[in-house]
Design a protein around this ligand. Sequence first.
Ligand SMILES: Cc1cc2nc3c(=O)[nH]c(=O)nc-3n(C[C@H](O)[C@H](O)[C@H](O)COP(=O)(O)O)c2cc1C
Length: 273
Amino acid sequence: MKVYLIYFSPGGTTKKTVRNIAKGIKNVEIIEYDMLKKETRERKYTFSKDDLVILGMMTSTQLFGFPEEIFNAIQGNNTPIVGVVLYGNGYYGKSLIYMKREVEKRGFKMVAGGAFIGQSSFAPKIATGRPDAKDKEIQLEFGRNLYEKVVVNKDFSFQSKLKMNWSKDDAVTRAKCAVISALPGYSLKLPYSMNELNISDKCIQCKKCEKHCPVSAIHIVNQFIDRKKCIGCAGCINICLVGAISLANPTLINMMKKLEVTRADRKEPEVFF
Ligand SMILES: Cc1cc2nc3c(=O)[nH]c(=O)nc-3n(C[C@H](O)[C@H](O)[C@H](O)COP(=O)(O)O)c2cc1C
């Protein structure tokens, strides 16, 4: 059996997670498709029932980035798939439910799912260093269980009932969640009004951010980030070696300060079979 890791991971936590899960699966060939790259999203991939796909996406309460492009790039033929979502210790909304619905429209059979916690893309004080050693152990165990279920026993069933994962903390977030879940579509982007970034003079012009950006919005030589293209994934902030790129929108900066307080309590991963 071949195991395919397909992920959209600007900050790297989703990629780490799907790789850890795959490490728990014995004796298989692993092939990776990094959907951060436009040319990878534009290709078409067809899988058979003897493959196993692990699909990882980050959440912004809904699915974030280019979920539609990614779903449309993949086609299964009764192919078992594992849905993995990463969130920043807040909540992952209906993202796993949407993922299951969309992949099953495209010939896949969801055999397991997992919601894992990654260090916040915008606020490194939230879920700092996650996935950490404890998360890694859970991810490896998830992979070992997948091996038994899918590779050894060829069991493609899915018994769990996926539920919405919303914050129950306060009336404002509850109302926000209700609005978000009522919106059409399954993907959210950072509003244009908030995606302002600052490049400081710490920048060493290594162009790592330019290469990492999923929409080619950065022109480092002239220190310019095209806000019309930018999707606000924070990939550039997280890949920068010298911490030269930072948030510049005061509303978003304030929001993050508040979240550092309300998202301080550690959440644990959830897995579903
Ligand atoms: C635009 C944007 C919105 C986000 N919204 C949420 C959210 O609603 N809830 C949450 O817990 N984390 C949220 N996050 C945090 C990410 O889901 C989290 O840090 C995840 O681990 C990032 O995955 P990556 O490292 O693979 O990019 C958001 C991140 C971004 C960039």
